[in-house]
Design a protein around this ligand. Structure first.
Ligand code: PLP
Length: 407
């Protein structure tokens, strides 16, 4: 008899997005002809930058030419892309990262989800609350948690992110072996200062812990004092892995390209307490289970780092951030306390009452969809996430409707 992985039984059904879809469907049925504006999802709406499109076309032509054709590429990714990433995203900003410490993949979701596979089954895992659910669910799948009770899994250490700590988690009272951090944060839009991030790096060094730093939204950081990468902090190379993505940076959600940085100095420990290179482990895993991102997609990502590409991705970032500024301004003027929206495409709105009540009232009174904060964890109760990923005109229209309905 083939038996299942029973840990999957502990997973909660994706209540959040299915419930949003159900409520939106019911609204649409009862209000035919009333157009809905969706500011709930984290997907981009703008087309790919021209530089990326040009590079894609050229790469496709190469694949049709017997002399230029390429088959399997290097599992870790083409050097042409890794070198540009190392230079533009890190070295030019004063962070030490080498091209051979970069692993190209098809998504930060998969990488953040897969990385825990390298760690022992009984490591103590700390996750932020509210949280990007992938960090939690993948640890549930691998059996690192107990049952789900009142919005939390037994065995996980939840790092509370609240208005009191500026949505930046405090160091835990109990020891944690692996710590998930995400800045700019999804869903709160909060960013971390260099000094607060340094506290986490120091904590990890003292406790021989590992930080899994998700910087999928790094491109949205405009403030020069806010770190984009954990490697801007001294000592981070020994204790941190960083995840990045082209999804929001260059509109690649449908094209798929991302990367993970694993510094050569970063170690995990075996049962005898001897250090083992995490880079070697991830390299082994990557080359065993992954066969690389397609050549045309890597060419498109590479083109995002050309002068033209960088200009275009900055314009793309600015486009969404103009939306974020409008959302932030209007929600604040209506009297809502908000976080995010300045170095992040998400605005975290304090709704005071129940998150779902706020969701319903936005939907029924303004036909605008947001994401109830309670779907991201217990600390998300009383909040809602509004996303800047939509067309400018729609965001303007949505804010006009909200203002008219709520003033
Ligand atoms: N990490 C965070 C925090 C995200 O919010 C998302 C997407 O919403 C991802 C990772 C996924 O990135 P990718 O599209 O590269 O899989």
């Amino acid at each position: 008899m083939i038996r299942m992985n029973e840990h999957y039984k502990k997973l909660q059904a994706s209540y959040l997005f299915s419930e949003i879809a159900r409520r939106v469907r019911s609204f649409e049925e009862n209000h035919p002809g009333r157009p809905i504006i969706r500011l709930g999802i984290g997907d981009v709406t703008r087309p790919l930058p021209e530089a990326c499109i040009g590079a894609l076309h050229e790469a496709v032509d190469e694949m049709g030419d017997a002399d230029a054709f390429r088959g399997y590429g290097p599992e870790q990714g083409y050097a042409f892309l890794r070198e540009r990433i190392a230079h533009v995203d890190f070295q030019a900003r004063g962070a030490v990262v080498d091209a051979d410490e970069i692993f190209i993949s098809d998504g930060a979701k998969c990488d953040t989800g897969n990385f825990q596979e390298l760690l022992a089954g009984d490591v103590r895992v700390a996750v932020p609350d509210p949280v990007y659910p992938v960090y939690v669910d993948t640890n549930v799948m691998s059996g690192r948690t107990g049952e789900f009770r009142d919005g939390r899994y037994d065995g996980l250490l939840y790092l509370e992110c609240t208005a009191e700590n500026d949505f930046i988690p405090d160091l835990p009272a109990q020891p944690a072996d692996v710590i998930y951090l995400c800045f700019p944060n999804n869903p709160t839009g909060a960013v971390i200062t260099l000094s607060r991030l340094k506290q986490w790096v120091d904590y990890a060094r003292e406790n021989r812990s590992l930080i899994l730093f998700d910087a999928a939204y790094a491109v949205f950081v405009k403030d020069p004092d806010v770190p984009r990468s954990i490697y801007e902090v001294e000592g981070a190379r020994d204790v941190a892995v960083e995840f990045r993505s082209f999804s929001k940076t260059a509109g690649f959600t449908g094209l798929r390209c991302a990367y993970t940085v694993v510094p050569k100095e970063c170690n995990v420990y075996d049962s005898k307490g001897d250090p083992v290179s995490l880079h070697a482990l991830w390299s082994r895993r990557h080359s065993t289970k992954f066969n690389g991102v397609s050549y045309p997609v890597q060419r498109a990502a590479w083109a995002a780092y050309s002068d033209e590409g960088l200009e275009q991705i900055t314009a793309l970032r600015d486009y969404y951030m103009k939306n974020a500024a409008i959302i932030l301004r209007e929600m604040t003027s209506l009297g809502y306390a908000c976080t995010g929206g300045e170095n992040s495409p998400y605005i975290w709105v304090r709704t005071d009452g129940d998150s779902w009540e706020f969701f319903d009232s936005l939907l029924t009174r303004a036909a605008v969809v947001c994401t109830p904060g309670s779907g991201f964890g217990r600390c998300g109760r009383g909040y809602a996430r509004i996303s800047a990923f939509n067309d400018y005109e729609r965001v303007l229209e949505a804010m006009g409707r909200i203002k008219a309905a709520f003033s």
